[in-house]
Design a protein around this ligand. Structure first.
Ligand code: ASP
Length: 444
């Protein structure tokens, strides 16, 4: 976060403004005096957005207003008082009630673990699982909570190796005997991690619930508290033992939906009900403190079931979206780079233009697994209807039924990471492992 050359003490500053501040030995949060052209300004030095210009110093005046002072050749900056450390102090954690179920909350980062410091305007990216527990004291009425920070990353910075580490951590907690695990996670790639855990954690005895927030927990419109209460409730006592995503069911602050980890997608950039189950219904919902199952088709909680951990993902798999006029060299590139699999996000029932056929043939001949999901999102691939689909099938492209393209990508990485041969990986890809292929698709 911050510009190219700004030190941590002067977030967002660059160019001449950074030079003047550095020479004056001040840092964000300090009370400073700026003298320029005979005028004096006094206030707290604010961090800047990394997209701001390099000519202004921003201070918060005593009145509470922020102003930008343009730096000129004769601008003088002095420190008047030391800054107060930009820190969030959570209230003490609530008292635990030992007879309740045991839930482990593991934090990985994202908006749910962020705070805005209103004195300086800086977003503080780190509030731990422990802080969250203190901020939402209702959680202590639901479960005995253990908290742990695994990473503190925005989810767009996670990679398949992070999925493996998350899976290992969750398995560790389950083997220690917790009744459920909650993972706080950024929402952007939460569905990918949910799919990854659905494949990596086989024979789950208890629920694993991913939860995030579209607005950080210190904003009045935050969805963090309700989502977290829903997630912990499900981890503590839901009858299902699956990997699910728990997020607002609607825009109102009244209910939480639980989506199967292989069938969920972030469908809106900012709404609180951004997550939707695709081609299936959510598996459960929680409203007014009551958790209601919405399907009979789920794995039951069973403490005695033995968990099998399969955490290997081969990152040499690409997701390629076809579009009119696409350059087929994109496919050749992955072949040359030594990739082992390609998921094509085709049009409609599962097509790409004929101009891509030679490259796809070559990829399959070189031993890559090439599979087809649809960019339609809802519905099912059917490559028998049109000639182009049939020709692709004849080449050996594997149709992926109603699997989401993102889930298909994760699954092929996992299949190639776990299988001993490409043939075995192909069989895994086509087998329904964690509800990723529904027998019947419903339009929700
Ligand atoms: N970019 C953030 C992330 O995915 C957004 C969020 O947490 O909702 O980590």
């Amino acid at each position: 976060m911050g510009g190219d050359d700004d030190p941590l003490s002067l977030p967002g500053y660059k160019g001449v403004a950074l030079k003047v501040l550095k020479e004056s030995g001040v840092q964000a949060g300090d009370l400073i005096r700026i003298s320029r052209d005979g005028t004096v300004y006094e206030g707290v030095l604010m961090p800047r957005s990394e997209y701001g210009d390099d000519r202004h110093i921003v201070i918060k005046l005593k009145s509470g207003y922020n102003i930008g002072v343009r730096v000129t050749a004769d601008t003088l900056v002095e420190k008047v008082g030391a800054g107060v450390e930009i820190a969030f102090k959570p209230p003490p954690p609530p008292k635990q009630r030992p007879n309740l179920p045991r839930v482990s909350i593991v934090s990985t980062g994202g908006t749910i673990a962020s705070r805005v410091d209103y004195r300086t305007g800086a977003v503080r990216p780190a509030i731990s699982a422990g802080d969250l527990y203190s901020i939402v004291p209702e959680l202590s009425d639901i479960a005995v909570i253990e908290t742990e920070v695994l990473f503190n990353l925005f989810s767009e910075d996670l990679t398949p190796s992070h999925w493996a580490r998350i899976a290992e951590k969750v398995a560790e907690r389950i083997r220690e005997g917790v009744d459920g695990v909650v993972l706080t996670h950024g929402t952007d790639t939460m569905a990918y991690t949910a799919a990854a855990l659905s494949f990596a954690l086989q024979g789950l005895p208890v629920p694993v619930v991913l939860v995030g927030a579209q607005r950080s927990e210190d904003r009045p419109s935050s969805d963090a508290a309700l989502n977290l209460i829903g997630a912990v409730s499900a981890a503590a006592e839901a009858p299902f033992a699956e990997v699910v995503v728990a997020m607002h069911e609607t825009v109102s602050d009244v209910s939480v939906a639980f989506h199967r980890g292989t069938k969920v997608r972030k469908c809106h950039t900012s709404r609180r009900d951004a997550f939707k189950s695709v081609n299936v219904k959510p598996i459960a919902r929680l409203a007014d403190g009551e958790l209601v199952m919405l399907t009979e088709d789920y794995r039951r909680r069973d403490r005695d079931r033995e968990l099998t951990l399969k955490p290997n993902f081969d990152p040499k798999v690409a997701l390629v979206k076809f579009y009119p006029g696409m350059n087929p060299n994109v496919i050749d590139f992955y072949v040359e780079e030594g990739y082992r699999g390609i998921v094509l996000e085709g049009t409609g029932l599962g097509h790409v233009g004929r101009s891509c056929f030679p490259s796809i043939k070559k990829a399959i001949k070189r031993g890559l697994i090439v599979a087809m999901a649809s960019q339609c999102i809802w519905g099912r691939v059917n490559m028998n209807v049109y000639t182009n689909g049939r020709d692709l099938l004849a080449m050996g492209v594997i149709p992926l039924e109603d699997m989401l393209a993102e889930t298909a990508l994760v699954k092929l990485m996992w299949a190639l990471g776990e299988a001993d041969s490409p043939e075995e990986a192909k069989i895994l890809l086509k087998t329904n492992i964690a509800g990723e292929i529904a027998a019947r698709s419903i339009y929700t």
